[in-house]
Design a protein around this ligand. Sequence first.
Ligand code: PGA
Length: 262
Amino acid sequence: MEKCPYVIGNWKMHKTAREAVDCIETLASLIAGCHVNLFLATSFTSLAQAVQASKGTQIIIGAQNMHEAREGAFTGEISSLMLKEAGASFVMLGHSERRALFGETDQMVKQKVARALQDDLIPVLCIGETLAERESGKTEKVLKRQLESALGSLPAEDALKVLLAYEPIWAIGTGSAANPQQAQEVHSYVRSLLGHLFSARKAREIPLLYGGSVHPENAHHLIAEGDVDGLLVGGSSLDPQALAAIVRRCAQSTSITREKKS
Ligand code: PGA
């Protein structure tokens, strides 16, 4: 994978397979030549067709969740092997909607991350605090707990395969993103936690993405921050024009960001 910004489109429970294919075809032509790793997290039923449609493009297809076991009596669940068979390259794990609405615990997320790594799926680990936690000064404590639980017992070479997304829950789907300084502050803290767990050099190699109300209008400000290596986009990723605009803004900022980070 190219060393350039990451954009992940999280389609949540939107788009049928037909709609996914149409969107991928449109996107592929809109972003051709942009130096950005574009990941799309589709519905399970769209995966195989989305993978097919993405062949020969720079788009990488993955899923939004999976179960921690490879198989078993888990009615309604899906496993890493099934995602792999459908052609998924990555899987989002620990999204706040999974944690809040479907009861996912830190322990489950940790097991999912380990399973994804065992079965050669790139884990996109999502962490983030609620508004109440932020307002009571608990942001760092919550992020530390989520991060150390999911990654703390991994060997460094496995941690380097993970993409990390900081998604403040108060910014998801609300239209009010963290401002670039807030995102940078938290990313720099997360980077220091990774440095303690692994090493400062390895911490710099783990991509840190920001997610929560990213739009074409704020993308370039967020990606310009030194510790923001990419963006995780929900609502705006459903519209190929908006997502392509975000990708282009990230591509434009690459040379500036590279200079800044070197
Ligand atoms: P949003 O969603 O961009 O619509 O805020 C982000 C997410 O939930 O991943």
